[in-house]
Write a protein that binds this ligand. Sequence first.
Ligand SMILES: Nc1ncnc2c1ncn2[C@@H]1O[C@H](COP(=O)(O)OP(=O)(O)OP(=O)(O)O)[C@@H](O)[C@H]1O
Ligand SMILES: [Mg+2]
Length: 368
Amino acid sequence: MPLNPTIWHFHREEDARRYINFFDTGISNSLTLFAPRRKGKTALLLHDVRPLAIDRGYNVIYCTFWDNKERPAQALLTAMELANTPVSITDRMKSLLTSPVKNLSLSVSNIQIGVSFDPVNDTENDVLHKLTRAFSAIANNSKRTLLLLDEVQHLATDKKFGPLVATLRSAFDKYQHKLCALYTGSSRDGLHRLFREQKSPLFNAAQEYPLPDLGAAFINFVCEQFERASGRKINLNAALKTWNTVEKSPYHFMAIVERMLTNIETDIELSTKDYLLMMDNDPTLKKIVNNLKPIDKAVTLHIEQDGEALFSQESLKRIASHLGINEVSRSEVQNSVRRLRGQNIICKLGEGEYGIEMPEIVPLITGS
Ligand SMILES: Nc1ncnc2c1ncn2[C@@H]1O[C@H](COP(=O)(O)OP(=O)(O)OP(=O)(O)O)[C@@H](O)[C@H]1O
Ligand SMILES: [Mg+2]
C-alpha cells in the first residue's frame, strides 16, 4: 500500500515543465516518456504533469490501458468519460449536439460533455467508432487536450489492438493542434515495439524523452517528511547509501521508508538489509530466477555490468567466463536475449545495446 501521495509525493516541477513546454511550443504533439521500471513515471504523470497542464489551460485525460486489458479501447473511452472534459460550447459543438448522433450520446450538465457508451453490449467497432467521435468532440473544444496514456506497451501485445493503435495515430495526426499525447509504460521493450518498429501504426509517432533519475533532493524531502510524520530522524548519509543500493528506485526506497514507519524503526541501514532479505525470499522473483537457464543468468549479469555491444567477441567471451566455459555462440546469446526480453527482465535500447528492466532480480542471480 503506497504512502499517501498528498504528503509523500516529491514534486518534480522542473521535469513536468519540460514536457508541457514541449507541447506549448508546438515542436510536436506526442512524446514518449522513457525510463526503467519503477522510476516514478506514473507518479509524475498524475501528480506533476496533470496539475501543471491543467494550470496551463489544457484539458487532461489520464488513461492506463491496464484498466481493461482485454478491451483497452474501452479503458480509453471510460477515461474520457470520467475526465468529464469541461467544454466551452463553440458553434460547431452546438451543431454537433443538436444533430442526431448514432452510437454516441452526449450528456450536458454544467456545460460538460460526456461520451457515454454501453460497456457490455458495445462491439469493438462500436467502441472505436465512439472513440473517433469523442476525439472529434474534444478537438472542437476551445482548449487543447492532453492525453496521458499509461501502460501503452500493452497495445503491442496483441494484433487485435491494431485498430485501436491506428485510431490513436489518425486522431493525433488529424487534430495535431488540439490533441497532445504523453505516452509511457512499464516496459521499454514494449514501447520500442510500438514506436520504433516500422510495421507499427505508431512508428515514429512520438519523440522519445527520457526521464532523469530522482536525486539527493528527493532523499532529503523523504527524510524530512519522515521526521515530520514520526518525530524520528533518518541519517541522511545512510539514506543516500540506501538510495544507491536500490538502484535509485523510488519504489524500493519508499517501500523501505514505509516499513520503517510501521515497524517504528530509525536505522535505515538495518531496514535496508531486512528489505533486501525479504526480496531475496520473494517467491515470485525466486521462481523466475529458478526457471532461468545458466546462460540467461550470465547474460543478465553481463548486461548489468555493460549493456553495449552484447554480441561482440569480447562480450561473448565474458559471458562464457561467467559460465565457466571457453566459449558461447552468438545464436545461444540471441536465444537467451529472446527469453529474457519475453519476461521483461531485460530490454533492447538500441542496436546490440540492452538494459536491465528488472533490477531487483540481479542480487538474486548473483546469490544463486
Ligand atoms: N516523485 C515521487 N515522490 C515520492 N514517491 C515517488 C515518486 N515517484 C515515485 N514514487 C514512489 O515510487 C513508486 C513507483 O512509482 P511509479 O508507479 O510512478 O513508477 P513507474 O515508473 O510508473 O513504474 P512502472 O515502470 O512499474 O510503471 C510509487 O508508488 C511511489 O511510492
Ligand atoms: Mg507506471
